[in-house]
Ligand binder design. Structure first.
Ligand SMILES: CC(C)(COP(=O)(O)OP(=O)(O)OC[C@H]1O[C@@H](n2cnc3c(N)ncnc32)[C@H](O)[C@@H]1OP(=O)(O)O)[C@@H](O)C(=O)NCCC(=O)NCCS
Length: 384
């Protein structure tokens, strides 16, 4: 009798724990999210993106002097190498923005003297360069591809406001800065999602942080992961007017079409990030000349939340539903939403690379072979 157990194949690794983490805890049943034990509501209410990033990388909330020094370090890295900036217009016209960012983020490693150094100190420096760098890159790439003058970074603005300033060329309102900060805080980390897992697999080979983050960006690009925010916004635009919601909803149900921005693998109640971003979107919509997008989203969510189909399946709005509206009202076009996600998540990916390298084990699962057993080799001239 064989003592060997039949190997179990768990498609998509669903329900499998492959590592431990101290970074974020997702409580899907109760709709809570914590970063290193802090409720995201508190981090959004009292802090800014820089504070959350410090928390993720260093394990504690910064003191006043730690915060100041950290902020200055990020500010330094807002300035990209001159020769990298010269490369920005060289990609063919029509290159999709995330392809451009993935390329230039990878190129940034060439200017980083510590790029190949996996020590904790070097990785904390690389993480700062990547987090500040991706924001400058996105703002500059967008201005180049839309034929506008590049806007240089400001030293007096926080990370969120400086990004909006470099992107739009205008200093953002207090509400816009607050919404951008909330957006960045809320997307920073979320357990072992596909892109984070990709970063950790890459880091587990003892490859460097840049490689891990470029790989993660590649995973995020897929429509099953980072694409939902853009799809949610395009759906609101397709509906067009609040009065069209009911008919659109009935048709979507009849066609078994998924409502983008609704449902979540882990949250079986409201995604806590969606609730926070909903309020930020409401404030921005009130001040906007296009309040209809928020009204459409609200009416559609109400229809879904009150419908037995969604109630039975425990489907609620997720982070991308209201995240899409927030970034739309901040003046970001939908084709950039996946990179907007990365602008925040880069901090989480970096934290995971540091965590992986601190206690590394090569990630190397197995595949159950189901192909033919033994086939006889026939020389080419005898094959029919
Ligand atoms: C996020 C998502 C992939 C999670 O899916 P999941 O946990 O694998 O759930 P399933 O795909 O197994 O769906 C469970 C049931 O709910 C239905 N469902 C899930 N999301 C739905 C949606 N947004 N609209 C309509 N029906 C939906 C499925 O059709 C399925 O119905 P069935 O049991 O009759 O077949 C899914 O909810 C979805 O596709 N949402 C829209 C895309 C999105 O917003 N993604 C961003 C996630 S943060």
């Amino acid at each position: 009798m064989s003592t060997q157990r039949e190997p179990q194949v768990v498609r998509g690794l669903e329900g499998i724990y492959v590592a431990t983490t101290e970074l974020s805890r997702v409580d899907g049943e109760n709709g809570r999210l914590y970063y290193r034990g802090y409720d995201i509501h508190d981090l959004v209410k009292y802090g800014d993106f820089e504070e959350t990033v410090f928390l993720l990388w260093y394990g504690h909330l910064p003191t006043e002097s730690e915060y100041d020094a950290f902020r200055k370090r990020l500010i330094n890295y807002r300035f990209l190498p001159e020769n990298l900036i010269k490369m920005l217009p060289l990609l063919p016209q029509g290159t999709i923005p995330i392809t451009a960012i993935r390329t230039f983020l990878s190129a940034l490693a060439a200017w980083d003297p510590w790029a190949e150094d996996n020590s904790r100190d070097a990785e904390l420096e690389n993480a700062a360069r990547l987090t500040a760098g991706i924001a400058s890159l996105l703002a500059k790439v967008q201005r180049v591809r839309t034929g506008q003058e590049i806007v240089e970074p400001r030293l007096d603005l926080d990370h969120a406001s400086n990004f909006l300033y470099m992107f739009t060329g205008k200093e953002p309102s207090t509400e816009a800065s607050a919404a951008m900060n909330a957006f960045l805080i809320l997307y920073a980390d979320h357990g072992f999602n596909a892109s984070t897992f990709t970063a950790r697999v890459t880091a587990s080979t003892l490859s460097d942080m840049y490689s891990a983050i470029v790989a993660a960006l590649g995973a995020l690009k897929g429509p099953l992961h980072g694409g939902a925010m853009e799809a949610a916004m395009r759906q609101f635009i397709e509906i067009g007017h609040p009065e069209n919601v009911d008919a659109w909803f009935e048709k979507a149900l009849a066609q078994k079409r998924r409502i983008m921005g609704i449902g979540h693998r882990v949250y079986k109640t409201w995604d806590p990030r969606a609730r926070i971003l909903r309020e930020r979107a409401r404030v921005l919509a009130e001040k906007s000349s296009e309040p209809q997008w928020f009204e459409i989203a609200e009416r559609l969510a109400e229809r879904a939340l009150n419908h037995p189909y969604f109630q039975e399946r425990r489907l609620f709005p997720n982070v991308d539903y209201y995240g899409a509206l927030v970034v739309y009202y901040l003046g970001i076009p939908p084709e950039l939403y996946t990179i907007m996600f990365a602008l925040s998540r880069v901090a989480g990916w970096a934290a995971h690379v540091i965590e992986q390298h601190a206690d590394n084990r090569l990630m190397r699962p197995r595949a159950l072979y189901v192909g033919p057993e033994h086939r006889e080799y026939v020389p080419r001239e005898k094959r029919t």
